[in-house]
Design a protein around this ligand. Structure first.
Ligand SMILES: [Ca+2]
Length: 141
C-alpha cells in the first residue's frame, strides 16, 4: 500500500528523475509482499504476521513487509487517514535475505530484548519474540 501511494504521488506531481528516486524508496520498504520466502527480495529483511512466512491479516496491521532500511517504530509504517498501519507486535516469522546481520527488538527505538538474525536465516519467531517485535535494524557483533 505504501508503494502504491508513493507511485500515485510521484506519477502525478514529479518528473522522470523523481521516479527513479521513488523506485529506490519502494524497494527499500515494501508492505504486504505475500506469503513465502520467495517473495522476500534479495538484499532485504522480511517479516510475516503468521508462522511459516504466511502473510496473515489483522485490524490496522500489515501482514508482511520487506525492508533494507532500519525501522524504529514498526507500528507506524504509514498513515491512512488517522490510522497508523504497521506491524507492531505481530511478526511471527522472518527471513533475512540480506548480506548483513539484523537485530529485531521487542521495543520501539531499537531497545529491549533483541534477536540476532544472521544473513540467510529463516524461521519462526518464538517467545519472547513472537508478536513482540517493534523495531529492527542492521547490526553487528
Ligand atoms: Ca513490542
Amino acid at each position: 500500500m505504501l508503494s502504491k501511494a508513493r507511485t500515485a504521488i510521484c506519477a502525478t506531481f514529479l518528473t522522470g528523475l523523481a521516479l527513479v528516486a521513488q523506485t529506490t524508496s519502494a524497494e527499500a520498504l515494501q508492505t504486504d509482499i505475500g506469503s513465502g520466502t520467495g517473495n522476500c527480495p534479495s538484499g532485504q529483511m522480511c517479516l510475516w504476521a503468521d508462522y511459516d512466512f504466511h502473510q496473515g491479516q489483522g485490524v490496522s496491521k500489515l501482514g508482511s513487509l520487506a525492508t533494507s532500511t532500519a525501522i524504529s517504530d514498526l507500528g507506524k509504517i504509514y498513515k491512512d487517514g488517522a490510522v497508523d498501519w504497521g506491524m507492531q507486535d505481530v511478526a511471527s516469522s522472518a527471513y533475512n535475505n540480506s548480506g548483513s546481520r539484523w537485530c529485531l527488538y521487542v521495543d520501539n527505538g531499537y531497545s529491549g530484548t533483541y534477536l540476532w538474525v544472521d544473513p540467510g536465516w529463516q524461521g519462526q519467531l518464538y517467545s519472547p519474540f513472537q508478536d513482540s517485535i517493534s523495531s529492527l535494524k542492521p547490526c553487528s557483533g
